[in-house]
Design a protein around this ligand. Structure first.
Ligand code: SF4
Length: 251
């Protein structure tokens, strides 16, 4: 996408949703950090279900340490990788108490030294809690950036570097939220909903998905036909001109 197109892309997403934010529930930076750690390879909805009652009384690292790993593990057992995540959350809470006076550090380097905190988690916390212009690349951001030609890259680091370079002001602070929400609700993984997309004319993805009433009648099994575009090609199938890359590692 050209510079002018990128500006227009974000201008339209901003017009539709002027104040985007994370869908993870939290009441302070510490709770946000815990929620983001828990959300790795899990849906925000599943994390919110588990954290809603917990965050009523766990508001600080000290609260978490006193609550204890065993009870915390039990409280988040509906979330994937709950054993490892419970261990990391208790360890990072202890590190915050011992090394940061129970405050959340405001640099990526210090955040990434905490147990269970990778670059994506650090970027989300810096952006959402502290308003930094960081670009957290999750599976939605990675897919959208490659699919539409906004910031193609073979791995999350390459996509993040291109976003750093290409996203203009005044959209830099909220860009990653717009991209996540666009990927989650419109530019979906299996079948992007191009027929109702506000940025379809700016996007490089071809052929665009036709609206349901304009698609040929189904002749295949429900499973295979559900993912077909108007051309009969599966929407998720990479073609020349679009990257075949998937995230090699989600932090
Ligand atoms: S037109 Fe389709 S592929 Fe392009 S951004 Fe919109 S939903 Fe995604």
């Amino acid at each position: 996408m050209k510079r002018g197109e990128i500006f227009e892309f974000f201008r339209r997403l901003a017009e539709a949703n002027p104040s985007p934010t994370t869908e993870l529930n939290s009441g302070n930076p510490y709770q946000l950090l815990v929620a983001v750690v828990l959300s790795a390879q899990a849906t925000d909805a599943s994390v919110n279900i588990a954290t809603r009652p917990l965050f009523e009384h766990i508001k600080t690292p000290q609260d978490m340490v006193e609550f204890g790993e065993e009870r915390f593990r039990d409280a988040i057992k509906t979330i994937g990788l709950f054993n490892t995540k419970a261990h990391n959350v208790i360890a990072l809470s202890r590190a915050l108490i011992d090394q940061h006076g129970s405050q959340i550090p405001r640099t990526r380097e210090a955040l990434q030294l905490l147990p269970g905190v990778g670059r994506k988690t650090a970027n989300v916390v810096l952006n959402t809690a502290f308003g930094e212009e960081t670009f957290a690349v999750d599976t939605h951001v990675f897919r959208v950036c490659n699919r539409i030609g906004l910031a193609p890259g073979k791995n999350v680091e390459a996509v993040e570097a291109k976003l750093e370079k290409r996203v203009p002001q005044p959209f830099r602070r909220d860009a990653h939220h717009w991209l996540i929400l666009h990927g989650r609700y419109t530019c979906k993984a299996r079948l992007p909903e191009c027929w109702r997309c506000p940025v379809a004319d700016l996007c490089r993805y071809q052929p665009k998905t036709l609206e349901p009433s304009a698609r040929p009648a189904r002749t295949a099994t429900p499973r295979s036909s559900a993912a077909r575009t108007g051309s009969g090609r599966t929407a998720a199938t990479p073609t020349a001109g679009r990257s075949r890359s998937r995230p090699t590692r989600l932090p």
